[in-house]
Design a protein around this ligand. Structure first.
Ligand code: MV4
Length: 529
């Protein structure tokens, strides 16, 4: 087993990985940018090393700096978390060259899945159904026009190097193609440095359902059931749950076996996710493979009782999977809400700032994976994810009830969060019935009040829509009154606790004593000392 793991990430996922290290008796080494000097992952780690200025280009995305720390701190493995360099084959290669184990699949597997057309070819070879369309990058507009007609409109132009909706354009007819081609191509070049596009038949309002897999280095591959991730806003997942309300045992088995076939054909190892689009008739089509641990992995952990991060570490260390497919017995239902420092009442604008007070939910079936503390300032330079709230219940009804209850307990002041949005979504009758698809949230946000009042009927431009906008403003006002009252209570509480607490609180003075102590103790230690 490894002695020391470099955690090449920040925030809640760095802490999640650190916790796995602790349980395995492995040293956890954190890295931090200037903006993250006082971040919780730094405080909790056994060692922490600076890797540069706040912009991630100059810190968390610098392979050379990460490898330098890994070598100097004598790490024998590296966990990339998600985002940043997690799916960059160059980091896996650099680790291999330095004799440090990369906790994830081989660089070659990441490369194959990184090209969406190569992944589609692999799926076809493995006998897994893909969305109709092409499996080769398209040469130019002329060819595209022919292939779009062959596929049949409406089609989607997608970036070969894509993912996450970037470089994607819907084309409903021949006339739209030239402009869409130009736009998608330049967006793809901008985002990925690769302008190549391919074509898929457009599916209307599919569900996004993904299969978690684990593959060891001895040819054992298992699937751990699915996650329903259809509640998304602009290609960002907002709520995930397991199992999916529409997947029964035979469909789970069919999707799981398809995912395993694909992983086997691609020589895949470690944890991975195979994404599918599922249409209204419950046909499933391969979409893409995520070659990393995902944000939403805790819902799978909740229903399987497995620790995915510890399993990733053990697989990377060469251990065989400690169980077989027939031992995987999902139980109950889990749901996750992604808590963001953003303002749903102001177009989801990021709301960085200093957290003044925070009350964490707990009790039966509740897990909070976050990376923040009162007095800490949410930096502006990264994704403003505060953490994830996960509720487990014996069935979907109990999981939803626990999530509603936990959201009532959750309280943060000093910044805006999207917790209120979750309270409203969890009160929606359509959501409660599991009647969701990939465009559900974007449509729901256009008429939230109509949705919560009637539960389903909504027409964004109707009178109900206008009334909805009004009541949302009222809710916003009520929210700030509530915030002010709670803020006053928190300040009063602080002032009651002795003279030093108010002057000494990080909310008042960023250079507080305890922060300085923390730095002295941990942050500025030079590697190797
Ligand atoms: C699609 C699709 C419909 N038909 N492909 C969006 C991001 C990228 N990963 C794939 N995406 C989609 N691909 C075909 N052929 C609809 C989407 C899509 C979507 C997919 C998953 C989750 C949310 C989504 C929101 C809008 C569109």
């Amino acid at each position: 087993m490894f002695k020391k793991i470099l955690i090449a990430n920040r925030g809640e996922i760095a802490i999640r990985i650190l916790r796995a290290c602790r349980e395995l008796g492995i040293g956890a080494v954190a890295v931090f940018s200037e903006a993250d000097r006082a971040s919780l992952h730094v405080r909790l780690a056994d060692e922490a090393y600076p890797i540069g200025p706040s912009p991630s280009r100059e810190s968390y995305l610098r392979i050379d700096k990460l490898m330098d720390v890994a070598r100097r701190a004598d790490c024998d493995a590296l966990h990339p978390g998600y985002g940043f360099l997690a799916e960059n084959p160059e980091l896996a290669r650099a680790c291999l060259a330095a004799g440090i184990t990369f906790i994830g699949p081989a660089a070659e597997a990441m490369e194959q899945m990184g090209s969406k057309t190569a992944a589609r070819q692999l799926a076809r070879r493995a006998g897994v159904l893909t969305v109709p369309g092409v499996v080769e990058p398209i040469e130019g507009l002329e060819k595209a026009s022919q292939l779009a007609r062959d596929t049949g409109f409406p089609v989607l132009l997608k970036a070969v190097a894509g993912g996450g909706g970037k470089g994607m354009r819907l084309v409903t007819g021949e006339a739209e193609l030239p402009a869409a081609w130009r736009d998608a191509s330049s967006e793809a070049l901008n985002a990925f440095g690769d302008p190549r596009l391919y074509i898929e038949k457009y599916l209307d309002r599919p569900r996004h359902i993904e299969i978690q897999i684990l593959a060891d280095q001895h040819g054992h591959i298992v699937y751990l059931g699915e996650r329903e991730c259809s509640v998304q806003r602009r290609h960002q997942k907002v709520i995930e749950e397991a199992p999916s309300p529409v997947v029964d045992a035979p469909l789970r088995r069919a999707m799981g076996e398809a995912a395993v076939k694909l992983a086997r054909a691609g020589g895949y190892t470690n944890a991975g996710t195979v994404e599918f689009l599922v249409d209204a008739a419950r046909n499933f089509y391969f979409l893409e493979v995520n070659t990393r641990l995902q944000v939403e992995h805790p819902v799978t952990e909740a229903i399987t009782g497995l620790d995915l991060v510890k399993l990733q570490v053990r697989i990377a260390a060469g251990e065989p999977l400690p169980f077989a497919q027939e031992d995987v017995a999902p139980r109950g239902h889990a749901i996750e809400c992604r808590l963001y420092a953003e303002d749903p009442d102001n177009n989801f604008f990021p709301s960085p700032g200093t957290i003044l007070a925070r009350r964490v939910p707990s009790g039966p079936g509740i897990r909070l994976d976050d990376g923040v503390y009162p007095g800490w300032t949410v930096p502006t330079e990264y994704d403003p994810l505060l953490g994830k709230l996960i509720a487990w219940g014996a069935d979907r009804g109990e999981a939803l009830a626990r999530m509603r209850r936990a959201l009532e307990e959750y309280y943060v002041s000093g910044i805006r969060t999207n917790a209120g949005l979750f309270r409203r979504i969890l009160a929606d009758a359509e959501f409660a019935r599991g009647e969701i698809h990939t465009r559900w949230l974007d449509e729901w946000l256009k008429a939230p009040a109509a949705a919560t009042e009637s539960g389903s009927a909504r027409s964004p431009r109707s009178a109900a829509g206008v009334a909805g906008a009004k009541s949302e403003q009222a809710a916003g006002r009520q929210g700030s009154v509530e915030d002010a009252a709670l803020l006053a209570a928190a300040l009063w509480h602080l002032s009651k606790n002795g003279s030093s607490s108010i002057e000494g609180s990080a909310a008042e003075k960023p250079e507080s004593r305890w922060k300085l102590e923390g730095r002295r103790a941990q942050l500025d230690r030079a590697p190797g000392r």
